[in-house]
Write a protein that binds this ligand. Structure first.
Ligand SMILES: Cc1cc2nc3c(=O)[nH]c(=O)nc-3n(C[C@H](O)[C@H](O)[C@H](O)COP(=O)(O)O)c2cc1C
Length: 193
């Protein structure tokens, strides 16, 4: 994740290729519930930055990287698209009842949005750009500023631009996990390896 960008705008064709990577990400039952809003307008980017408390990042020593990023992609998910898809005849359970949110041990609308988010990050890097994901604690403000319908769930924002000197996340001081604490073979844990 990069949290500083130059002023150079991102060509719309390049941005569209990056968005297409998100659109092309897998989805459960090919529900295709991922939704995207590309934001290039400075006023709209400022509204997103405000909703994500950008001044707090700046106070923490980061650049105003959200408002400064020439492009944002707001990643959203349409949960109802999943419930509708999984109410179709080839996806309904044996009792033939329509899908409800409670049926989902893993809510794939979040999973697929995450896959799109990652595809977007990788596509941006592939285009020679830099990107960073952020969440906002004021999603209502984003709905309001961007006119996103209430039933569309905002997952977060990917900032995109040409990289400037970056200050790395302080979280990285945690260091990487030991691989053998997180990767197992055939059985959870290392006792049976
Ligand atoms: C789900 C998710 C939410 C994140 N939210 C934020 C955020 O709100 N602000 C931010 O600066 N970084 C955010 N990050 C970026 C992480 O801080 C960053 O990925 C992590 O520190 C590892 O750094 P690296 O991706 O540069 O290796 C988020 C990352 C993920 C995957």
């Amino acid at each position: 994740m990069v949290r500083n960008y130059t002023d150079q705008p991102v060509d719309r064709q390049i941005l569209d290729r990056i968005i297409d990577a998100g659109v092309s990400a897998p989805s459960a039952g090919f529900s295709q519930g991922q939704r995207f809003v590309a934001v290039t307008d400075a006023e709209q980017r400022n509204a997103i930055a405000a909703s994500a408390h950008e001044p707090e990042y700046v106070a923490d020593g980061f650049d105003p990287w959200i408002s400064q990023a020439p492009a944002h992609i707001v990643v959203c998910t349409d949960r109802d698209a999943y419930l509708a898809r999984y109410s179709e005849v080839d996806k309904m359970g044996p009792d033939g009842t329509p899908s409800t949110e409670e049926d989902w041990p893993v809510p794939y609308w979040w999973v697929d949005a995450g896959a799109s988010m990652m595809a977007i990050l990788l596509a941006a890097v592939d285009e020679g750009l830099a990107a960073g994901f952020l969440g906002s604690h004021s999603l209502d403000q984003i709905h309001e500023a961007l006119g996103i319908p209430d039933d569309i769930l905002v997952v977060g924002i990917v900032t995109i631009g040409y990289p400037a000197t970056d200050r790395r996340s302080r979280s990285l001081a945690r260091g990487w996990n030991d691989r053998d604490e997180v990767v197992f073979t055939n059985y959870w844990g290392n006792d049976r390896a």
